[in-house]
Design a binder for this molecule. Structure first.
Ligand code: SF4
Length: 60
């Protein structure tokens, strides 16, 4: 089971600019005001739409 993200889900009719998760994301940074594009997640076919996919909670 995936863990829940703390905080309140944004109003879907008024999503924040940039990444929709940025107001609740522990890893959010300056780039997150811009919508992330899908990019390769590693050496396989997976993709991720996140500016800082490698950040972990203890780094912030
Ligand atoms: S770190 Fe990734 S998931 Fe978090 S707000 Fe930025 S783009 Fe969104």
């Amino acid at each position: 089971m995936l863990p829940a993200i703390p905080g309140t889900v944004p109003n879907l009719t008024r999503l924040p600019t940039g990444c929709a998760f940025r107001e609740r994301c522990f890893a959010a940074g300056t780039k997150c005001t811009q919508t992330p594009a899908l990019m390769p997640a590693g050496n396989d076919d997976r993709q991720v739409a996140c500016w800082y996919p490698q950040r972990e909670a203890h780094h912030v």
